[in-house]
Design a protein around this ligand. Structure first.
Ligand code: SF4
Ligand code: SF4
Length: 425
């Protein structure tokens, strides 16, 4: 029987609020069982990812603690603009810390204003409430200057855990590239100072190859799910993309590729998780950090299937690779910067490349409509949804924009809107 495991002694060692946190594994066990384990015809390869969730507060945390004890610092990041390759090259371990849980919002609201993005509040609340073993395990965190909510929260977060900030420009011209490259170099030096390891061409090349391998595995999986019938549900795919941010990369790549092999077999026999006639939805917009499965659960329990996520916990994380042919550190950092500059977050202006990318992914995924997902108070994605709607109208693509948070209060209302949208397709 599935169970999210507990280890109060480990949590105590990490300085967590154990009394409060001990309620979390049973709650997650219940939610995960209800949302994931009742799905029909799941691929066998999902067993590994179920296991990742079962060990989310124990097994993986033991690995992080062991890494720290072996002298490898653990670095937390919040955004796909922070180059994990440079953390790995310097001998560190990288984990994503974005928060997708309602349970830590009240902790954050004791300090932060209420009217800001739930992802920022959830992450900040995890730290101030001492209710996230990942936050407790990291030696320091790396934030960035993408949106105002995050940028200003880092100043407060620094009072609880050392927080470094990488400046990300708002445009993508030559001057911005020069600034970005300098920031990447600064990031490399900062990470090397903390790990105590200088990184040369060899270490960077190995890290680039490793993370390219992770991105290739996710690309392969995403293109397999585009088949009709889709061989894997949107919820399972979202879960795998979420796990990509904290699992050990070599193991993750191997398990994703095993799953792809299994799905290729399913495709040969035309086995899907839903009939060919199932309505196919692409989701675009703001990221869905663990354990935010709200919209996917609504869509798939309304009888449709999600076939693509244009999101940072989705294609924005893995659509672009870094050129592996560089011979010097300078060239490697240039190529790395160029790759990171292709990420089309709405915090950039202009950002027309994202509009084109959404349409491209819509066509490739065989979707029949787009649901644009915006976290409350995320102004840049919310405003960009206007342009996205205009582009979809021009292309004749059915489009629904929703704005929501992590609370269960609007689930009924969202369900009604999603069902009406599906009806119309
Ligand atoms: S949406 Fe923008 S700010 Fe948020 S994680 Fe993605 S790139 Fe970073
Ligand atoms: S979803 Fe928007 S407001 Fe929230 S952290 Fe990302 S960019 Fe900032």
């Amino acid at each position: 029987m599935f169970e999210v495991k507990s280890d109060p002694a480990l949590w105590e060692k990490l300085g967590m609020d154990v009394e409060r946190f001990k309620n979390m594994p049973p709650m997650l066990t219940q939610a995960y069982t209800n949302i994931f384990l009742g799905q029909k015809n799941r691929p066998q390869g999902m067993a590994y990812f179920d296991d990742c969730v079962a060990n989310i507060h124990t097994g993986r945390i033991h690995e992080l603690v062991a890494a720290k004890e072996a002298g490898k610092p653990v670095i937390g990041t919040f955004c796909v603009y922070v180059p994990e390759e440079l953390v790995l090259a310097a001998g560190g371990v990288c984990v994503g810390l974005c928060g997708g849980a309602q349970g830590s919002i009240a902790d954050a609201e004791k300090i932060l204003p209420r009217n800001i993005c739930p992802m920022v509040k959830s992450a900040f609340g995890f730290k101030v409430g001492r209710i996230c073993p990942y936050f407790q395990a990291v030696d320091f965190v790396y934030g960035e200057t993408t949106c105002d909510a995050k940028k200003k929260t880092w100043e407060l977060l620094d009072q609880y855990v050392p927080t470094h900030v990488m400046e990300i420009p708002q445009k993508k011209g030559p001057r911005d590239k020069a600034l970005w490259l300098e920031e990447v170099k600064g990031f490399k030096s900062a990470v090397e100072k903390i790990t105590g390891n200088a990184t040369g061409t060899q270490e960077i090349a190995e890290a680039i190859t490793l993370i390219n391998g992770k991105r290739r595995a996710l690309q392969r999986l995403n293109s397999l799910r585009h088949h009709n019938p889709s061989p894997i549900s949107g919820k399972d795919m979202l879960l795998i993309q979420q796990i990509a941010f904290y699992d050990e990369p070599n193991r993750f790549i191997a398990r994703v590729n095993d799953l792809c092999d299994e799905l290729e077999g399913r495709l040969r026999e035309d086995i899907g998780v839903a009939p060919v006639s199932t309505k196919r939805i692409m989701v675009s917009g703001t990221p869905m950090a663990l354990p935010n499965w709200k919209l996917h659960h609504i869509i798939e329990s309304s009888g449709a299937i999600v076939v693509n996520e244009e999101s940072c916990i989705g294609t924005r994380y893995y659509k672009d690779l870094i050129d592996e042919s560089s011979q010097t550190v300078d060239e490697q950092l240039e190529r790395l910067t160029e790759r990171y500059m292709k990420i089309d977050c709405s915090c950039f202006t202009p950002n027309d490349e994202r509009i084109d990318q959404v349409i491209k992914e819509y066509r490739e995924s065989g979707a029949q409509g787009i649901i644009d997902y915006c976290l409350q108070f995320c102004h840049t994605y919310n405003i960009e949804a206007v342009k996205l709607r205009q582009a979809c109208e021009k292309e004749g693509i059915p489009f629904l924009a929703i704005e929501t948070d992590y609370s269960p209060e609007d689930v009924g209302q969202l369900q009604t809107r999603v069902e009406a949208f599906l009806e119309m397709l």
